[in-house]
Design a protein around this ligand. Structure first.
Ligand code: HEM
Length: 134
């Protein structure tokens, strides 16, 4: 296997594991700090999406068989998770800092955002690991 694929797929898995794992933890118990983890999570999301797109180019460009279809469902869920997390968690945390949102309402929105993102990331992860057997 070419070295570049090994390096890129490793970076992809590391970023994705941090993003999904920390989202699962905060969705389970918001006391672990949705606000503190938000920036590192968004950083990991950017790395996961960019390396994923590069892997697609390296390994799947031109084909659209069952494996690519399953990978695409996973990728779309991952992009949706980033959008939901950015809008609900990032949005609520910014409005809380600016005094536009009360604490309990901000916490409610952040908890909802983490739970939705966790569900989408669970589907993304299952698709990614199951795709090669499709
Ligand atoms: C837009 C986002 C994403 C894209 C475009 C993408 C794309 C890909 C591609 C093309 C592969 C290589 C498949 C192969 O030929 O072996 C891959 C592997 C993988 N992806 Fe993603 N991915 C994305 C997000 C994620 C996320 C969010 C996770 C975890 C929650 C994830 C976890 C994995 C894992 C664990 C593998 C290795 C699977 C294996 O080799 O068995 N990916 N991804």
């Amino acid at each position: 296997m070419p070295t570049v694929v090994i390096v890129v797929i490793s970076l992809h898995a590391l970023a994705a594991v941090f993003w999904a794992g920390s989202t699962f933890v905060v969705a389970r118990d918001p006391k672990f700090g949705a606000e503190r983890l938000f920036r590192p999570q968004m950083g990991a999301a950017v790395v996961a999406v960019l390396t994923g797109a590069y892997l697609w180019r390296l390994l799947h460009e031109g084909g659209f068989g069952p494996m690519e279809q399953v990978l695409l469902v996973g990728a779309l869920c991952a992009i949706a998770a980033a959008g939901v997390q950015g809008a609900l968690v990032g949005g609520a945390s910014r409005r809380l800092r600016q005094g536009e949102l009360a604490g309990p309402e901000a916490e409610r929105r952040m908890a909802l955002g983490e739970r939705l993102a966790a569900a989408l990331l669970a589907v993304a992860l299952v698709c990614m690991v199951a795709a090669r057997f499709a």
